[in-house]
Every structure is written in C-alpha cells, then in structure tokens.
Design a protein around this ligand. Structure first.
Ligand code: URA
Length: 445
C-alpha cells in the first residue's frame, strides 16, 4: 500500500479495502506515515465520506491499535456512556453515581478537554487529591466494591485515535461524521464495557450543528456497536444552550453536588435522568424487557431523592484519594480571585446563545486549554444567570465571569456578549432530549 494512492482513492470518493485501512492505521501509529499525508487523507474523507464497510474497518483498526481492555474481572454487566462533547457538559459526574446507586456497574475511561469543550477528567481533577491515573487492578477493585470508577484514558487505549484526533484538531477535520464515529467507537470498543449509551450532542456548542447530522452520526455509531456485539443506544440531546448554570471545572462539580442534593437546575436534571435511565434500561434488560423505561426513570429519580447517588459520588472520590470535604460542602472549593458581572445592555428575551462562544469565553478565563500544553485554572469559569428563553432588563446581570487572571476579563466579556442574542420575542424552546436511536431506528421526541 502506498499512502499517495490511498489519498488519491479517497480524493475521488473510491472505497479502500479492509486490509488497506488496517495497514494504513498500523503504519501511521508506527510513525511510518507522516502527518502531512494523513492530514490530506482526513481532508479527503471530510469531503467524500466513507462507506459503512470502510467505517467498520477503520473503527476496528483504530480500536485494535492498542490495548483491548478486558473487564471480566468486574462482575455483572458493565455499561459505558460517551458524549460527543460540549460546553459545560457535566452529566457523567451525576449519571455514573446515579447508575451505580441503582445497582449497576460503571467502569469509565474519560478524556480531557480541548478548545471550547470540557473534559470529565479535568473536572474530577479539580477535586483536590483526586487521582485519575490508577492501576488497572485498583480500578477493577473500586468498581467491584462501590459500583463506579472514572479514570483517564491510558495512552495504550486506541493510540491511533489519540494521534489522529490531535491531527484533526489542527487541520479542521474534527467535524466529519465518519471520523467522529470511528474515533468514539474505537475507544468504546477498546474500553470493554458490555453496553454503550451515547450522548450525541447537537447545536451551537456541539460538533453536529443540525439534527439530521446528529441522527446520521448516531445511526452510524449504533450500527458499529451492534455489529461488534455491544448493545448500543444513542440519545440526541440539545447543546445549543449549555446545561445548568456553570461552565468551568470545579464550578461544574459544585453544580453536580447541588443536583445530587436535589437542588439542581431543571434542564440539567432532566438530561441526567434521561441518560441515567437509558443506561439502567440497557444494563437491566438483556434481550427481553423485564424493567420498563418508566421504572428506570423512577429508580434514577429516587437515587437523587434518597441521597444514595451523592453517597456513591462521595465513595468514588474517597476511593480515588480525593478530598471529600469539597463534595460534602461544595462551597469550600477554592474560589477564583477575581469575578466580574456582565450586565445586559438591552431589554427583551435571550433568544439564542452560542454555546461555542461561551466555551471560548471560559477558555480565555483559564477554564480550558487552547493547546494540549495549556495549564487549566480549575476555579475559572462562567455562571450563566440568564439563558435562552429568559426575560432580561437593562442592567440585569446575565453572567458572572471568574478568573485568576484579571487581564483576561475584557476579552472574555467581549466574546461572552457575542454569545448572547437578545431580542423582543420569547423564543420557542428546543426539546432537551431530541431523539433516541437504537438498532431499530430513530424515535424523534
Ligand atoms: N469526541 C471524540 O471522542 N472524538 C471525536 O472525534 C469527537 C468527539
């Protein structure tokens, strides 16, 4: 196989064979295909797409480029969750403890944030002492004992994705449906869980801006999972407006603790319950329906009401050496040195928010990474006091910015103002859970 020929093939929309794809991925991981050729290939895929056969071969080649995790040392069904990313996307921090409180096992490997999107591992590391790198034996032990553990992805898990993702990130080829599908599913197949719930985000803060594209991505990922023998379901959720009130690492953990104390924002609570009940439905039903979705919803709600989900979060933080005082009393999280209230300059309604711009504003404040090497400021971020659909008067505080670096405030404010569109008429609100995708098709809500 000559890489030049593969680029030429994809440039003309021709299909590569399974063995060509496998060889290409193996050579790329071995450093024998240079980044400039791989970048040309990803751009050709961006424009010409891939057949389902090519996509299946690419996903498997990427999954097998490193360790295939064997979770059989953990008893019972293991259920995983993956979000295609977003701004203020904190649901894993609530959903994993809820599912564990309902008796199921969550052995989760998560990623870090880059650019305008956040990552669960950064949020967990904002808890003082919390270890996201632990030995595999300890990971299994924690899941067996308390039902959940969330750790960082080791470099040995789908290394082809690690390399390709970094390349796509700097060559404007992240938002390609087949490349996202292969990236997500290679990691999920390698991570070893029996069942997979995908949260395919859609809207201004997501890679998929349109519902039709989100559905197409979801269908492809569900098909890959099912073909690999892992029952896979996807929810398409709204990421036009970030969920809850907070964007920023410790600020999001704080918000999740409030949610698990029964005090959360309704939009965040609704999406967390939908994700958790779908994970429970997958874990508790093997082929036949022995538990209904409504029963799963009730179980998830009860786990918040009776405090058992919060106890699971505390148990995980303790097991991974984190300081539980910030979970028991989230006000004790270290606060950013500076805060700044952004006030409305017009009256009306918030008619639209650009979640990506909000993510960029929080990154400028220090909450995210501009490059892989950037250091995160865990206390930095944004509290949104007004969101899409809310009425505002001139002078109302629409958002508060938090940072350790005073000189970031004016640029962050400028970007945040661009994210808020204020108009005269109250807008129609999008559904939070837009669709559910299974191997049998798409159900739009
Ligand atoms: N999340 C991933 O894991 N990969 C992508 O390509 C996009 C989002």
């Amino acid at each position: 196989m000559r890489m030049f020929d593969m680029i030429e093939k994809k440039k003309h929309g021709q299909a590569m064979t399974e063995s060509e794809i496998k060889e290409m991925i193996d050579l790329y991981v071995a450093g024998e295909i240079p980044d400039y050729q791989m970048a040309a290939w990803t751009m050709a895929v961006y424009f010409k797409g891939m057949t389902d056969e090519e996509l299946g071969a690419l996903t498997l080649a990427m999954a097998h480029s490193g360790d295939m995790v064997d979770l059989s040392a953990i008893s019972g069904i293991k259920v995983d969750k993956h979000s295609t990313g977003g701004v203020g996307d904190k649901t894993t921090l609530a959903v994993a403890p809820i599912v564990a409180a309902c008796g199921e096992k969550v052995a989760k490997m998560s990623g870090r944030g880059l650019g305008h999107t956040g990552g669960t591992i950064d949020k967990l590391e904002s808890i003082p002492g919390f270890q996201t790198e632990i030995s595999t034996d300890r990971f299994f032990e924690i899941v067996n004992q308390i039902g959940l553990s969330v750790v960082g992805q080791s470099g040995e898990l789908a290394p082809a994705d690690k390399k390709l993702y970094a390349l796509r990130d700097v060559t404007a080829t992240v938002d390609s449906i087949p490349l996202i599908a292969a990236s997500v599913m290679s990691k999920k197949l390698a991570a070893g869980s029996d069942k997979i719930l995908l949260d395919v985000t859609c809207g201004s803060g997501a890679f998929m801006k349109k519902k039709e594209d989100a559905a197409s991505l979801a269908k492809k990922m569900v098909a890959i999972g099912e073909r690999a023998g892992r029952e896979t379901v996807a929810l398409i959720t709204d990421m036009d407006t970030p969920l809850g009130s907070n964007i920023g690492n410790s600020m999001e953990v704080e918000e999740i603790v409030h949610l698990l104390n029964g005090e959360g924002k309704e939009d965040l609570r609704l999406v967390c319950i939908a994700l958790a009940s779908n994970m429970l439905y997958l874990a508790k039903n093997n082929g036949e329906e022995t538990v209904t979705m409504e029963e799963c919803e009730k179980m998830a709600e009860q786990a918040i009401k009776d405090g058992s989900a919060l106890q699971k979060l505390i148990a995980m933080v303790e097991a991974q050496n984190g300081d539980v005082t910030v979970i028991k009393n989230p006000d004790s999280f270290k606060k950013a040195e500076y805060y700044y209230d952004v006030v409305a300059q017009h009256s009306g309604y918030v008619v639209h928010m650009d979640a990506q711009q909000l993510g960029i504003s929080s990154m400028i404040l220090g909450a995210g990474r501009e490059t892989k090497e950037s250091e995160i400021d865990f206390a930095a971020g944004i509290t949104m006091h007004k969101k899409t659909g809310d009425k505002v008067q001139v002078g109302d505080v629409i958002a508060t910015l938090y940072t350790e670096k005073y000189d970031t405030i004016s640029e962050a404010e400028k970007v945040l103002r661009e994210a808020y569109e204020i108009g005269e008429k109250k807008p129609e609100m999008e559904k939070l859970v837009i669709a559910r995708v299974t191997k049998d098709g798409v159900t739009w809500y």
